[in-house]
Ligand binder design. Sequence first.
Ligand code: NDP
Ligand code: GDR
Length: 327
Amino acid sequence: MPTALITGITGQDGLYLAELLLAKGYDVHGVIRGQNNPKRELVESLLPDVRLHHGDLTDTSSLLRALRDSAPDEVYNLGAVSFVAYSWENAQLTTDVTAKGVLNMLEAVRLHTGDDPTHIRFYQASSSEMFGKVQETPQHERTLLWPRSPYGVSKVFGHYMTINYRESYGMHASSGILFNHESPRRGPEFVTRKISRAVARIKLGMQDELVMGNLDAERDWGYAGDYVEAMWLMLQQEVADDYVIATGETHSIRDFLDLAFAHVGIADWTPYVRQDPRFMRPAEVDTLVGDASKAREVLGWKPSVTFPELVALMVEADLAAAREGWK
Ligand code: NDP
Ligand code: GDR
């Protein structure tokens, strides 16, 4: 039975990936940070077979301990300060975790594996935010990176450090350049979940307004369950490499609002939505759309959930959660 260690196991992707690997018969371990982490209970109730190890990406010795105690064949480095807006307010923390944390994990794996650095297969969660002010459309693996936030800059560091460890030490280290992917488990601070939650609550009379930032930004949105499958596929390849994972379609925030409100029978959402400069960013990533043809050809990966299906499943989940909260 293969063994996997996941950082960021309490996050959206960590939960889906752990479920996927358990279903494939893996022994799954996760790194959980902080004293009395409130999300520990969530992981333990959803995934009782996962073994948790205390650790933090800013503390290399804790990562070495987690590696020693789990003895993984595969390491998925998903841990990060991942909210772009927050990264301006906490640029140093973001750099420590999202940039330097990758180096710490790579170094821990290198030290742990000693003479045989290929012994562990490593996945780095890179991001379409690295394309930032896009230099070509659609974006692919060789598109010039131009990050627009402390988060994006940190991801570029982690991306190149992963490539560097592959080239320097022969590590089986792959980097997935994933475009936005969403689900009912998405944190409520991200725009899709903020909308799906508000739409459900407005429909049920529990909220009367949704306060938003830039409605013209465009994103290539997919379903998180599909994207964790791509992570796993990357580590099953003989040769480590980098892959863009995306749907190839882009939609604006307005498109998401249209479909989400329409799903609950509201044709005109303008009376409910207000824009506030508080949610505008110092530098915006205006539009992203990915070219995942390499992943399709080499990994045989393609997305299974369409944009309208994604919006519907998120609104439905939030309607159910809101009704549950009523009881
Ligand atoms: P989440 O924000 O849902 O999860 C982030 C995870 O990182 C949480 O488990 C969090 O733990 C953990 N974490 C934060 N700080 C530390 C730290 N100092 N040490 C160890 N772990 C830490 O992110 P997602 O699941 O959405 O994304 C997973 C990864 O993929 C992230 O690296 C993200 O940047 C990247 N990514 C995500 C995309 C997306 O669209 N979702 C697209 C491209 C890349 P805790 O619960 O304790 O806070
Ligand atoms: P993003 O996701 O920054 O793309 O990063 P987010 O959902 O936060 O923003 C997407 C776009 O929506 C605009 N927007 C708003 N965003 C939020 N959060 N709240 C609002 O009220 C709002 N109004 C408009 C934003 O300006 C932006 O243009 C996500 C994260 O998961 C990263 O970790 C990941 O790397 C990238 O996706 C790919």
